[in-house]
Design a protein around this ligand. Sequence first.
Ligand SMILES: NC(=O)C1=CN([C@@H]2O[C@H](COP(=O)(O)OP(=O)(O)OC[C@H]3O[C@@H](n4cnc5c(N)ncnc54)[C@H](O)[C@@H]3O)[C@@H](O)[C@H]2O)[C@H](O)CC1
Ligand SMILES: [K+]
Length: 470
Amino acid sequence: MPISDRNAPVLTAAEMRAAEAAVIAGGVPEYALMQRAGKAAAEIIWRAGAKRETLVLCGPGNNGGDGYVIAKALRDYGVPVKVAALADPVTESARQARAEWGGAVEGFFHVETHFAQVVDALFGTGLTRGLEGEVAARLVQLVEASERSYAIDIPSGISTDDGMPLSAVPHFDLCIALGQWKRAHMLRPATGHWRRKHLCDIGIPAPDATLFRLERPRLSPPADDAHKYTRGLVAAVAGEMPGASALAAEAAARGGAGYVRLIGVQSVNRTSHAIVRASMKNEAALSDPRIRALLIGPGLGRGEAGAERLGQALVHSHPVVLDADALWHLAEGAMAALPENAILTPHAGEFAQIFANLSGLDISGTVIELAVTAAQSSGAVVVLKGPTTVVAGPDGRAVVADAAPSWLSTAGTGDVLAGLCAARLAVTGDPFRAAAEAVWLHGEAARLAGPAFLADDLLPYIPAAIAACL
Ligand SMILES: NC(=O)C1=CN([C@@H]2O[C@H](COP(=O)(O)OP(=O)(O)OC[C@H]3O[C@@H](n4cnc5c(N)ncnc54)[C@H](O)[C@@H]3O)[C@@H](O)[C@H]2O)[C@H](O)CC1
Ligand SMILES: [K+]
């Protein structure tokens, strides 16, 4: 189940083949799908490149078949086109496409090197190993010599399921994904191999999937009769570095919570007056049954005092967001004590530290497998933060955020994200939805803030990010 109909599925190569097979079983011939794919891609190339001379590189499989369809369609638009093939077609559909192209087919190594545009239709989701050395080198040479380049479905040499290059892979202007997004379209390092990506709809319906692309969520304004408690009370527990918990608390307040209580902070300078402070000694402040989300970790400290505060805070079983130093304190025992609705927000280093200690857990694979395995083993929603952030739920669902600005890689932005997670958890009561909304709002606030911001600068952009979702 996607979290909303805006979230497109992200498939493995096997899932893509199954989705394609279902359409073919429903009566659409494979060749008709290839025609749709090739024509849709050709239209995009035509719009981008008009009548620039174009070289289409065709491989032996159906990716190459798409290439022949593209070449024919571009020729029909009046574009000067040449085709160079690495090998003869090995599938029936590709043979048919080549026959319909009907024009000359040059040798991959013999065709001249300089073209205004190059289209890579050598290999797609059927890639089983890296390209041979000279083949990869020639592809890089042809693409680098061109003014514009297009990768059909996936750049040749990129592994579909993990986004890893299996041989030298050039950088393209545009990656044209066919039918549905595949994992490599979301994962580094693959995503560094194109400037833009575009998904072509070729009539392959979204299959049942567990992984989705994070898209702009739909949020609702508070109900007409809302008051601060119905909108959600967030309790943020401070620690050794009060600035971090203050930042997280402010993000929670701007992220939609009705009431934010900051507990256990001594120095109060520079925190909004709307955030209510309470002492750790005031037990009622933490045990308050109206608390809809507890936030602990930013600035907590790694010493005894931090561990003690964490223990005190978890005792009440509030839905919780655990970040930073709280994750550091999270040993196997504490993990078992997590309340039902918990969100963990580790970056890669924290992630390795927590989950490497869990016995019997195989932590390997892409950030997607890592986050999903961690969520399933901990029973919590895991937000694995990084250049590609993944939100995974214990039920196996995950969303991947592939487009956050790299300017977010600065101190304190994690505190802001944790605060947003707490706000959305308090508002929605659903940790998976909350984490996905928070990650999107965080990325949007960063986009709005522009370059070289401080984490504090994100705060005034959060309302505008929310406004984009109403
Ligand atoms: N998904 C869809 O709905 C549609 C996808 N189309 C396109 O088809 C490709 C996938 O085609 P497939 O034939 O399965 O695989 P490839 O063309 O990627 O290549 C398979 C071919 O190549 C051999 N091979 C694999 N790796 C290497 C290598 N390193 N060196 C040499 N040879 C290699 C392998 O043995 C096969 O013979 C998909 O990406 C779309 O572009 C269709 O158009 C229909 C709709
Ligand atoms: K390709």
